[in-house]
Ligand binder design. Structure first.
Ligand code: ZN
Length: 103
């Protein structure tokens, strides 16, 4: 069976390659703000994380976002993002069911 071609991205925390819809995008905007981007379409440098808190915690511990975004991320920002991450998790899981792969 020939697998469908799905765009893959790497989780910056656990380094696993996954389909984009399995990942949550964190974007650093041109204004140097760090945001969670569920639409995946915001401008800026992006980093992908699995849609689960364990990967966010791993990223925080290993400072994976600093590396992925090529700029230092303060612990306060990690904490704020973690709160947002928890908030969007349900929405993210619900959205996955209906999301269509963009090829
Ligand atoms: Zn991961």
């Amino acid at each position: 069976m020939k697998p469908r071609k799905i765009p893959l991205r790497k989780c910056v925390a656990c380094q696993e390659m996954k389909a984009k819809k399995e990942l949550i995008r964190v974007v650093k905007t041109p204004n140097d703000e760090l945001l969670i981007d569920l639409s995946g379409k915001k401008a800026g440098r992006g980093a992908y994380l699995c849609g689960k808190q364990s990967c966010f915690k791993l990223a925080k511990k290993s400072r994976a976002l600093d590396r992925a975004l090529k700029s230092p991320v303060s612990p306060d920002i990690y904490d704020a993002l973690e709160q947002d991450f928890i908030k969007v998790e349900d929405e993210f899981i619900a959205g996955k069911e209906t999301m269509v792969d963009d090829e």
